[in-house]
Design a protein around this ligand. Structure first.
Ligand SMILES: [Ca+2]
Length: 525
């Protein structure tokens, strides 16, 4: 597998404020963490002697789907308790300023796998799934684990292609040994699909089978199997909860119908992939609560299994969400206050669309009950894992290692900015964060791109007061960066069918295709 080492020169023009140990970084000067990443100077055994942690900890990454910043109780949810998810925070570190890489499913997942921000990522929106697949020549997250000798498994919504296709869309083509999933992202809209795909093979399901329980059972079996074998593992759990539709197991749905009877006349509706049942939901408020409790119970099962197999202190668990809360399928994020103090929801680049409730737990290594407001994003996970496992950082990476922030050891490398864009089209929304400053430029759904809006997140977390006019230098710098951060996607390949000489109509069609951008992300997801 071809690997190219990457150094990350940074120019800090603005001071980045955060509470965890920080060090100044300047161009050409690398932090100890960065040196480890680029030069491999610290061996696994060296790190092991520094602390009690194993050099090859198990890693579990749980990615919720459309879970808002205010949707779990340790991040402020008042109406619903999530005691097991909260254990990740009380037993580890809360990452209060950690972000999704994008504001919809596919590009967010693509960025997580490839370690690229939204202006470099090859998926810029939801669309035709197999055209948005990861490129085989890239080294992506599970392949880093494979190179370090890990077992790898994925359980949930892949979102990067049809999972029973044998080519590039298939998770097993990108470093997963095994997986259980929906056949496609569109089918993952229903929790009662007609089939499950295991390791690339589609298996029919009996009508009314709640797939989330099957998928989590498979994840638990993968964890138990490898724990007993003493094999380090990477378990990726991109659950579809709490994305539309509001399907919950019947007993839990009924429990919350009694708690919220005022919504009994409300019907939640959503659609799934071709030919797939997506039952309407009577009282979708109760449906949401029931599916969240079921999910929280599953996290409890996972934690108990780690204790039972003696792996709790040898396992790093990370938790986040692929984008902000949604307004689909009868879900009411306003009732639940799903975005907490933030502005906006899914498909927005205001904080409510991208800031994700995120935590990491690794008993004995991550100090319990701590918090960090280091600005960071999903596209930092690849570099973090490379740092953790002493693996080279893939060439396409744009992230930094967060390991010093998680472990409290070493100097945390700084970055100048975080960047987002949505969607891929002539006019797109763009956002940037530099330290406490947040810039948002709206271009999608407006007739002409608007001027960049500037917010001070320390004083104005809800992004209500645009202070761009008071800080022209910051606005100018942000405009320069977002201009550079956005790179157009490579143009489509020309049609394979040769154009006959003299066929002007076909020639014009071929030329148009060559210059066209990928499908516009109008699809749900
Ligand atoms: Ca999503």
């Amino acid at each position: 597998m071809k690997r190219i080492l990457l150094s990350l020169p940074l120019t800090l023009l603005f001071t980045i404020h955060h509470s965890v140990a920080a060090a100044e970084s300047s161009q050409g000067k690398r932090s100890p963490s960065d040196q480890r990443t680029t030069e491999g100077s610290a061996s696994s055994s060296q790190r092991t002697t520094e602390g009690s942690a194993s050099a090859s900890p198990n890693v579990i990454y749980i990615l919720a789907d459309d879970l808002g910043y205010g949707d779990i109780s340790c991040f402020g949810q008042k109406k619903l308790k999530t005691p097991n998810i909260d254990r990740l925070a009380t037993g580890g570190i809360k990452l209060t300023d950690h972000y999704s890489a994008n504001t919809v499913c596919t590009p967010s997942r693509h960025s997580l796998m490839a370690g690229q921000h939204a202006g470099r990522c090859l998926a810029r929106g939801n669309g035709k799934e197999n055209t948005l697949a990861l490129r085989e020549e890239m080294t992506v997250l599970p392949e880093v684990f494979k190179a370090a000798g890990y077992a790898t498994g994925m359980y949930g919504k892949w979102g990067l292609g049809i999972t029973n296709d044998p080519g590039a869309p298939n998770p097993m083509n990108h470093g997963f040994d095994e997986f259980s999933a929906w056949k496609s992202q569109a089918i993952a809209h229903t929790y009662y699909p007609t089939s499950i795909v295991r390791n690339g093979k589609e298996e029919p399901l009996q009508e009314g089978t709640y797939i989330h329980d099957l998928i989590m059972d498979d994840a638990l079996a993968f964890v138990e199997k490898n724990a007993k074998a003493g094999k380090p593992f990477f378990c990726y759990i991109p659950t579809a909860v709490p994305h539309a539709a509001m399907h919950a197991p019947k007993a839990l749905h009924d429990k919350y119908r009694k708690i919220y009877p005022q919504f009994e006349k409300k019907i939640g509706r959503y659609g799934a992939g071709p030919g797939e049942p997506c039952p309407d939901v009577k009282n979708p408020i109760a449906g949401y609560a029931g599916m969240m409790e079921n999910f929280d119970n599953q996290i409890g099962q996972l934690l108990e299994l780690l204790e039972k197999t003696g792996q709790a202190e040898n396992t790093l668990i990370m938790f986040s969400s692929d984008n902000g809360s949604h307004l689909e399928g009868g879900h009411d994020p306003r009732f639940w206050d799903s975005n907490g103090p933030l502005r906006g929801h899914k498909r927005d680049l205001f904080e409510g669309g991208i800031r994700a409730p995120s935590m990491a737990r690794w008993p004995g290594t991550i100090k319990a009950g701590t918090s960090s407001d280091l600005p960071s994003a999903h596209y930092d996970i690849l570099a973090t894992v490379c740092d953790l496992l002493d693996q080279p950082v893939p060439a396409q990476n744009t992230g930094i290692s967060l390991l010093p922030t998680l472990s409290g050891k070493g100097q945390q490398q700084q970055r100048e900015y975080l960047y987002w864009e949505h969607p891929q089209s002539k006019n797109r929304d763009q956002a940037i964060r530099i330290g406490k400053w947040k810039g948002v430029k709206l271009g999608w759904k407006v007739k002409t791109p608007q001027k960049l809006q500037l917010f001070d997140l320390e004083k104005d977390l809800g992004e209500q007061n645009n202070i761009a006019a008071q800080h022209p230098d910051i606005v100018k710098r942000m405009e320069e960066i977002i201009q550079e951060a956005h790179q157009p996607l490579p143009v489509n390949k020309p049609a394979k069918k040769p154009v006959k000489p003299g066929n002007k109509k076909a020639a014009a069609k071929g030329k148009k295709k060559l210059n066209s951008t990928p499908p516009h992300p109008t699809g749900k997801g």
